[in-house]
Design a binder for this molecule. Sequence first.
Ligand code: SIN
Length: 543
Amino acid sequence: MRTVDCDYFIVGSGMAGLVAALHLAPHGRTVLATKRRLEDCNTNFAQGGICCVTDPSDTFEAHVRDTMAAGANLCDRAVVERIVRAAPEAIKDLVDAGVEFARRSDGSYDLGREGGHSARRILHAGDITGEKCEAALIRAAKAAPGLSIRENAMVIDLAITRRLGLPGPNRCAGAYVLDTAADEIYAVRAAHTVLATGGCGKVYLYTCNPDTATGDGIALAWRAGAKIENMEFIQFHPTCLYHPKAKRFLISEAVRGEGAEIVDASGRAFMKRYDPRGPLAPRDVVARAIDAEMKRTGAPCAFLDIRAKGREFIENRFPNIYKACLSFGIDMATDLVPVVPAAHYCCGGVKAAIDGTTTVPGLYAIGETACTGLHGANRLASNSLLEALVCARECAAKLAGRPDTLPASLKIPAWRIGRAVAPDEAVLVAHNWDEIRRLMWDYVSIVRSNKRLARAYRRIRTLRREIREYYFDYLVTPDTLELRNLAAVAELIVRSALKRRESRGLHYTLDWPGCAAKGRPTVLPGFDISKGAAPVHSPAAAD
Ligand code: SIN
């Protein structure tokens, strides 16, 4: 087995991974791995923008207040303060990389507004902010000396010394990687491993996330023994396009920020019946209201109505969304736009400090993979790219002065295939993939109950047993690895939801409709790695 040696191993190519890599490359040998192409990540699909207090009439205090309010009193104030205040400096990274945020004719930023914000404070590049940022960062990464980029490189498991039976204090020493193009397994030996793999929207049947969002980093960290926090808080975006041919197309909240109403099929606005803030209430409130209206009336969707703004405004402010809707026969200037809620963002994740430090030495988590305390029980719109950017910089600042600290004697043992043979029953993978996503949608989505969660828990345990058996019986493939991660993350969501005996933010349960006076995070212990001190890819190392 080949071993690639480096100082910094970064997994994931969205904003968090690329920014961390760009800052670390000048300080040591840096490898960035991504399981498909660089641009296959959630950042590329972010429409709304990135929060930053720039307007003289806005304040850091107001941004902090809005973040805390959306997070339903579960945010860590110190973390919120630091990230919000770091925004203006951090944004310079993007501007330096060539991102042109929209400006008004007087040269000031053209600031967008979204639900839960008391002011216009969202920097945007039309309605494809994520795509513009991703393209600029990829350009910079490709030109960065000392940065080695590996596409089609999928991490199978982290190399955790105790699990591998290696001497010395327990730590992460890199990872085993499957080169999906060459079908080769190799090791990356690294003093510092940074997980920036994004979220896990694919765990739900309906999601606006790309296919890559299978919760890999969260599952890898959990199997490595890291603590996991707040996984019950899955954000459902209220307005995904509802059309048989539209796969996961988001209608940005910025559309509501510019005046769109949420209406029923006959054009009647209904949000004010649910919240005085109407369509600009935070996402949890709007998604639940749409879900309730759909259940009450039996309608398959709700609608966005932005016709009053006129064609010229809509075409200029939302060119991408306008064009996409038109391709499905919907003219936003004259038609109502059919929408449904769909899984969008994971507010929980690997318990991490603002600089990415996790509970496992040598392992870091940043961006959507991490749970830093910024989002609490519900993320404020457009705070996600901000967190990815700021935490990537903080993580790099922490690690930059600490190159290789792995003892030379620490060698990663060769990958062993155990009794595995080439897979001949791929139908199990396809079947279990569908079953997990459907059961999570039916039992663990916008409105939960004890009964639904208990049912989901029973099913997911059975499925995980089956998947584990399959994993050890057959040689690994990208599909098996994603399924294994997806199933682990599904179980973490269900277990966290079962632990929360109240309704708060994104976690709403019929059995505990009230919110406790004092909120606490839900912390799940990492997998007990002492059970797995055995050769890799053998049943004894099972999670
Ligand atoms: C959107 O454009 O509605 C998504 C923005 C976000 O998730 O923060």
